[in-house]
Design a protein around this ligand. Structure first.
Ligand code: ADP
Ligand code: MG
Length: 259
């Protein structure tokens, strides 16, 4: 049985000794193996409440696996995960207070935007008036008000991604998880959506964890960057700290190299 005791040290962020009391997200000794393959090697990390945290690292280093374990879409092989001071290690995704935005929009093609936004809430038996309120609020934030009666096929890539983010917003999660949400968009749209996501974080103030292999996205969005390599943390710090004081040549090369 797992004992919910948080070891000291190896943490980042301004929470105190008792990591379980952090309002954000806390990983302790988190490991993942697929069969005999060790993918994540024991991650200790404290993500402050309200921070925009970016996991960055080359393709295959384990970013998605780590995020999926926080989401509960993948079981941990060992270790503990706490969200808002609550041990969620063994909870279902729907009980963790999180919402995830993926790179593939995965909208329901046969439903209107309104119904795409409302679907998860309907499934959770949210009263209709409350659903309408939340859909309207999310649409106002994302400027999708005029699109509510369209089908996904009638939307641009950027509009579809807005709806995907809207589906996360209506659930009012404590923590937003993004897995390379902009990687399917063209360069111009990527820049404008990046600005939208930064604005979303300013307006909502939630804890957000954002996975990308794109250094520019990491540097421009993050309050805190976590640099990963082969399932281990190489460095944690603000964009400025990491840029000015990279812990080693891997970090220096990765953050400093052109896209
Ligand atoms: P990233 O998101 O950083 O590109 P991933 O977390 O997707 O990396 O993958 C990390 C490593 O784990 C890769 O080597 C990948 O092949 C492996 N992996 C991911 N999911 C599985 C799985 N379900 N079964 C086996 N190996 C997996
Ligand atoms: Mg990935």
């Amino acid at each position: 049985a797992r004992v919910p005791v948080w070891p000291g040290g190896a943490t980042a962020g301004p929470d105190g000794e008792d990591g379980a009391a952090t309002g954000g997200v806390r990983l302790s000794g988190v490991r993942k193996s697929f069969g005999s393959l060790d993918i994540i090697h024991g991650i200790d990390l404290s993500i402050p409440e309200g921070a925009f945290t970016v996991f960055v690292g080359p393709s295959g280093c384990g970013k998605s696996t780590l995020l999926r374990m926080i989401a509960g879409l993948e079981e941990v092989s060992d270790g503990l995960i706490a969200i808002k001071g609550r041990d969620v290690t063994d909870l279902d995704p729907s009980d963790r207070g999180i919402a995830m935005v993926f790179q593939s929009y995965a909208l329901y093609p046969h439903m209107s935007v309104r119904d795409n936004l409302a679907f998860g809430l309907k499934m959770a038996n949210t009263p209709k008036a409350e659903i309408d309120r939340r859909v309207a609020a999310a649409s106002a934030i994302l400027k999708t008000d005029r699109l509510l009666d369209r089908r996904p096929g009638q939307l641009s890539g950027g509009q579809r991604q807005r709806v995907a983010i809207g589906r996360a917003i209506v659930r009012k999660p404590d923590v937003f998880l993004f897995d390379e949400p902009l990687s399917n968009l063209d360069a111009e749209l990527r820049v404008s959506m990046r600005i939208e996501i930064a604005r979303l974080h300013r307006e909502l103030g939630n804890t957000m964890i954002y996975v990308t292999h794109d250094q520019t996205e990491a540097m421009t969005l993050a309050d805190m960057i976590v640099v990963l390599r082969e399932g281990r943390i190489e460095q944690v710090g603000s964009p400025r700290e990491i840029y000015e004081n990279p812990a080693n040549s891997f970090v220096a090369g990765f953050i400093g190299s052109p896209r």
